[in-house]
Design a protein around this ligand. Sequence first.
Ligand SMILES: Nc1ncnc2c1ncn2[C@@H]1O[C@H](COP(=O)(O)OP(=O)(O)OP(=O)(O)O)[C@@H](O)[C@H]1O
Ligand SMILES: [Mg+2]
Length: 254
Amino acid sequence: MIRLADVHRSFGMNHVLRGATLEAQDGETLTIIGGSGSGKSVTLKLIVGLLRPDQGRIWVDDVVITNLPEDKLFEVQKKFGFLFQGAALFDSLTVEENILFGVKNLRPDLMRSGSSIAVNKLALVGLKPEVARLKPAELSGGMKKRVGLARAIAHEPLYILYDEPTTGLDPIMSDVINDLILELQQKLKVTSVVVTHDMKSAYKVSNRIAMLYEGKIVAVNTPEEIQATDNPLVKQFVTGSSRGPIQMPVRAFS
Ligand SMILES: Nc1ncnc2c1ncn2[C@@H]1O[C@H](COP(=O)(O)OP(=O)(O)OP(=O)(O)O)[C@@H](O)[C@H]1O
Ligand SMILES: [Mg+2]
């Protein structure tokens, strides 16, 4: 279980999270939607302890991570796999070295079977063993995402955080990634938090969808409920309309 209670986080004058409250239950895939810059990536980083909140509490299982010292936080971080926005592979390392990077730090006990971990995780994400020898520059965008995912699951996390897993991919590759998210939930019994703009993906992979707006979670619904919602904020966002209560800054042409 992951729980945020009244979480605030600012960067200078930019008050990004203003009392966000949210819970991901064991085994579910919870998706966070919201506009660009609304604080979705910040929320994932707070959950995994890469950022600390200014106010409020965050639980991972029964542990409040908010003020944990670094060594205790590191123990909690072992439970997480993180697919970063843009995959974030190390260009100078091979795919295998990329996949094993986190295992070395987080679960050195698993390293005895190093090469087979890489091959197994590549198979889980639908890539052939030969890919292990390649460098990131030799991969397509879709392959990079899959390698990023193989790396995220290599140390056998209980929680997977996905930041924009389908952004920048063609519709078919996006759906391959959606299927992988569903498959990992079923095979590995993980609890996942997904951040996406891609509503098709959100509807497919999520048990529940939460909308972040002006620093707060303003709605949490099942995909079916969201599609039938009367909430004007949610309705405008999921239908992608420029007209409604959400005002985007408009650049004036002169
Ligand atoms: N480390 C940081 N230092 C300063 N400001 C930051 C930092 N991280 C995020 N921000 C600011 O916090 C706000 C929210 O950022 P965040 O990356 O969470 O947005 P997002 O919802 O993920 O947007 P997108 O959909 O474009 O990825 C932005 O205004 C961003 O500039
Ligand atoms: Mg983001």
